[in-house]
Design a protein around this ligand. Structure first.
Ligand code: F6R
Length: 609
């Protein structure tokens, strides 16, 4: 969602702010703006649309100064427009600020401020915050911020520049992420780590209701009552190039190509491949408490939820435990009563997804143990969950999740295997067999990536499809859901996943001459059943593509095209089968000329409900 940057130091601020905004562009935005103290006044430039628009304004009318804030806006209150773009200020022109989040009581506050004489120029909830802080300001920014914080309901990350104190940047957060860091040439703020990496790798994650004051000399932290507090920093060892596109045309393709390495790196954290065993101390269960786990619930949003669906299969098959997987935005309002011995798994790449955070907090409040599967160290979910199983995907910049899905599924598989092992549900030789095959998966993935031209060719013929159905059974149904999401989000082609056996209970009515149906058949014991379902759609005119686990000669009669993944055990097959599906979505989107890395209407990190 919105991206915030801020800088105060010895260098020109505008280029640093613009570079930061460009790095954060992947989060999704529809307008952008900067405000810089030019030595006499706060100079503001903003524009609707792409960052290039703002950039050309800055080229024509440069702003000079060494402290400033910047923002990319993803509209929530008020349409994307010049007026609604951030920064926003107060009527008395004492401050400007940028905001990420949603102020839930903004109408009540706005009415109160209008009565006091504030004149509003935008439709945003953000302007209410600027006016509120302006109204409370009596010469001490910290006190005004702290007083305003008590009146604001909702979520916010704010970076504020005061006219009376222009070389300091004040920032404050509640339920919305922000990192700060001090580099060689000054202090920086950003909504996300990649925008910091060029300046420092030692970053501090802002906690709820904490205030940071950045100055050219350093950063000071305060609690919600404006009393000083100490905060440590976290070292981020992500490779700077990992957040750059390099020679790839799109981040999505780069990130698909990184999957074999991301998978291997993640697996190596939990598996001692040399000894052929799981690293017992990397999992949150001791032999003594494994039997106390009575039920597992997995939540996530979008792709993370789909990884959770694979997790559900893994825990029930390997640990023989009742498992449910839920969409976080539904689960948080489900009025669910946890059972004794129940564990909540929260799956999230960013660790900042608002609904997943809310569901996690609900469970924690009920005294339920929470375990996160998360990619970002220091993120809200990683900080607040009782235990974290990290994925080692590195930064994921494309909006469409690819390597994060794969690594989340890998971690869930290994956690289930470990639980099954200590509960005695998976025999030691089966554990070793799984680990032996797991070590071979990156090479199989690489083969699929190396042979991607066939998928590109197929896509070049099919990209005008209006509807695509993905069908499969069991694990393949879970996989189909992710394949369908990937295709629709990047190529805007309507696509649906359907349990193969369920089609004829209604949905088959949609099949007509030429409808593309993709059958996922990685589960050999279900292959004949899915083949019958493919035949049902084929005879009704569908064009059928099957993805099979190794050669399956019997399938060819039921489809026009077959893609084969290297033969892989059924539970591990999704790690290979997802790759052609991601590549298919990518090439369809490229053929259609879509904005692959930043699909319309989408944001990378969904920090509001
Ligand atoms: C789809 C996609 C989203 C995310 C979802 C959860 O490609 O990226 O569906 O998976 O917004 O995000 P995280 O994993 O950051 O909680």
């Amino acid at each position: 969602m919105c991206g915030i940057v801020g800088y105060t130091g010895s260098k020109e601020a505008a280029p640093i702010l613009m570079e930061g905004l460009e790095t954060l562009a992947y989060r999704g935005y529809d307008s952008a703006g900067v405000a810089v103290w030019d030595g006499e006044k706060i100079e503001m430039k903003k524009e609707k649309g792409q960052l290039a628009n703002l950039k050309s304004i800055l080229e024509r009318e440069p702003v000079h100064g060494t402290s400033g804030i910047g923002h990319t806006r993803w509209a929530t209150h008020g349409e994307p427009s010049y007026i609604n773009s951030h920064p926003h200020g107060d009527t008395k022109k004492q401050l400007v600020l940028v905001h990420n989040g949603i102020i839930e009581n903004y109408l009540k506050l706005k009415n109160m401020l209008v009565e006091k004489g504030c004149v509003f120029v935008s439709d945003t909830d953000t302007e209410v915050v600027a006016q509120l802080i302006g109204d409370l300001y009596r010469g001490d920014p910290l006190t005004a911020i702290s007083d305003a914080m008590r009146l604001l309901e909702g979520s916010f990350a704010l970076a504020i520049l005061f006219r009376d104190d222009p070389y300091r940047i004040y920032c404050v957060c509640k339920d919305s992420p922000m990192v700060v860091g001090y580099g060689r040439d000054g202090a920086h703020i950003a909504s996300d780590i990649p925008a910091m990496l060029a300046y420092t790798r030692d970053v501090t994650f802002m906690g709820d209701k904490q205030i940071a004051v950045l100055s050219p000399e350093g950063i000071a932290f305060y609690n919600e009552f404006a009393a000083p507090i100490d905060k440590g920093s976290t070292h981020i060892d992500w490779d700077l190039d990992a957040a750059k596109k390099g020679s790839y045309e799109h981040f999505m393709m780069k990130e698909i190509c990184e999957e074999p390495v991301a998978f291997r790196k993640t697996a190596e954290q939990y598996v001692n491949f040399r000894r052929g065993c799981l690293k017992a101390d990397c999992f949150p269960w001791a032999d003594s408490d494994a039997e106390d786990v009575k039920r597992i619930r997995i939540i996530g949003c979008g792709t993370a939820y789909h990884a959770g669906l694979l997790g559900k299969k893994y825990f029930s098959e390997l640990a023989r435990i009742p498992v449910e997987a839920d969409i976080a935005s539904e689960f948080r309002y489900a009025d669910y009563e946890f059972e004794p011995g129940e564990i909540l798994f929260i799956i999230s790449q960013s660790g900042e997804t608002a609904d997943s955070i809310a569901a996690m907090r609900m469970a924690k409040q009920a005294g339920v143990r929470t375990i996160a599967v998360c990619n970002v160290i220091g993120s809200t979910i990683a900080r607040e969950a009782d235990d974290v199983l990290f994925t080692y995907a590195g930064p994921e910049i494309a909006v469409a999740a690819t390597k994060s899905y794969l690594t989340q599924a890998a971690v869930l598989f290994l956690a289930a295997l470990r639980l099954g092992e200590i509960r005695g549900r998976v025999a030691p030789d089966r554990v070793s067999a799984f680990l032996t095959e797991l070590a071979e998966i990156p090479a199989r993935m690489q083969k699929l990536i190396d042979e991607r031209e066939a998928i590109q060719f197929f896509s070049s013929r099919e990209f005008s499809a209006k509807h695509v159905f993905f069908i499969g059974r069991g694990i393949d149904n879970a996989l189909s859901m992710e394949a369908a999401l990937k295709l629709k989000e990047v190529s805007y082609i309507h696509s649906e996943a359907y349990a193969a056996g369920e089609l004829k209970h209604g949905t088959i009515a949609l099949i007509e001459e030429g409808t593309l149906v993709v059958g996922l058949i990685t589960q050999k014991h279900l292959a004949a059943k899915t083949a019958s379902n493919l035949e049902e759609v084929r005879v009704r005119g569908a064009k059928v593509l099957a993805v099979t686990n190794g050669e399956m000669p019997d399938i060819a009669d039921h489809c026009q095209k077959v893609w084969t993944i290297p033969e892989t055990g059924e539970l591990l097959a999704p790690f290979c089968a997802i790759i052609p599906m991601q590549l298919f979505a990518y090439y369809m989107a490229v053929q259609k000329g879509c904005s692959v890395d930043k699909p319309r209407n989408l944001a990378k990190s969904v920090t509001v409900e």
